[in-house]
Design a protein around this ligand. Structure first.
Ligand code: ADP
Ligand code: MG
Length: 294
């Protein structure tokens, strides 16, 4: 009866838009104590837009955007897609592709590579700082203003200096409130985000959210999941390449189907149409299926 019960569980999950990749999910998902949710692309739609472009050194905003967009076209991050889409006629440089992709794979907080013979870096302001680029005071205060407005500041720099800050906006998924309520029933809900500032802090106010870890660099996401396993069985829900190690580290990894291949490959289940409410459905189906297996 066991293989039949599992087949029925896989089928029931599929009817709710959840593709089961690992059958052990029927054992682990009923016992989930802590649900960790990634912010960008999971709680938010993942369709981001460029809201404003600030530049220093009398650089034309379109020029800055074009350079940034050329590199971001190589990244799958929702921020990257927004910047690439907003960029006027991206430049092409054969060297850029190789350099940028290699660098991106090492550090998930931005991209770096050559555009028009210039070495460009785009990403989290700290990512540029760590790479030795100085941020002029005027742009430093832009970063604060952008965060204050609830947007994500994306720094762009070359030749030792940050030259501009692109404000990228995001919107919460329509079903967020209902989905959080369902997920929070009897479980602790933790939000994990690389962002910081008011947009990240505001997540604490959401009903159902117990804790927010803001300013968590991608490489620390898996470590955070590991630490949370001290509190019980942990499910991680994410969408991005940089969520893949955390999805693998969790007892139950759930990926948004609209996310990157790295994320969906690392997950135990994939939510096909990105409906966040299907996360709670996954737990419900697994609980029912597990009873039948026993
Ligand atoms: P979240 O945890 O909210 O889903 P991520 O972990 O995906 O966010 O990314 C963390 C931060 O890294 C982003 O807020 C952004 O500042 C930066 N970042 C990552 N990839 C890129 C990129 N390709 N271009 C610009 N910024 C990036
Ligand atoms: Mg994400």
């Amino acid at each position: 009866a066991t293989p039949l019960a599992i087949a029925a569980g896989v089928q029931a999950a599929a009817e709710r838009g959840v593709v089961v990749a690992t059958e052990t999910i029927f054992e682990d998902a009923p016992d989930v104590d802590v649900v960790v949710l990634d912010k960008t692309g999971t709680l938010t739609t993942g369709t981001m837009t460029v809201e404003r472009v600030h530049t220093a050194d009398a650089i034309a905003p379109d020029d800055l955007l074009r350079r940034a967009g050329t590199l971001e076209a190589l990244s799958e991050h929702p921020i990257a897609t927004a910047v690439a889409d907003a960029a006027p006629g991206s430049a092409t440089d054969d060297d850029a592709a190789g350099d940028a992709v290699a660098a991106f794979e090492r550090a998930d907080r931005g991209v770096t590579g050559r555009v028009d013979g210039e070495h460009i870096t785009v990403g989290h302001p700290d990512f540029l700082r760590e790479r030795g680029l100085d941020i002029p005071d005027a742009l430093e205060s832009c970063v604060a203003d952008v965060r204050e407005a609830g947007h994500v500041p994306v720094a762009v720099g070359w030749d030792g200096r940050v030259r501009g800050v692109i404000a990228v906006g995001d919107s919460p998924r329509a079903e967020l409130d209902d989905a959080l309520e369902a997920v929070a029933a009897g479980r602790e809900v933790v939000v994990l985000t690389g962002d910081e500032g008011p947009a990240a802090e505001g997540l604490r106010e959401l009903d159902g959210v117990d804790e927010v870890f803001a300013g968590v660099p991608p490489e620390a996401k898996a470590e955070t999941v590991d630490r949370l396993r001290g509190r019980g069985t942990v499910a991680m829900v994410g969408d991005g390449s940089n969520d893949a190690p955390a999805l693998a580290a969790a007892d139950v990894g759930i990926a948004m189907g609209g996310g990157t291949k790295l994320a969906t490959d690392a997950a135990d289940a994939v939510i096909v149409d990105d409906d966040l409410e299907a996360v709670a459905e996954t737990f419900t189906v697994a609980t029912r299926t597990h009873r039948r297996i026993r």
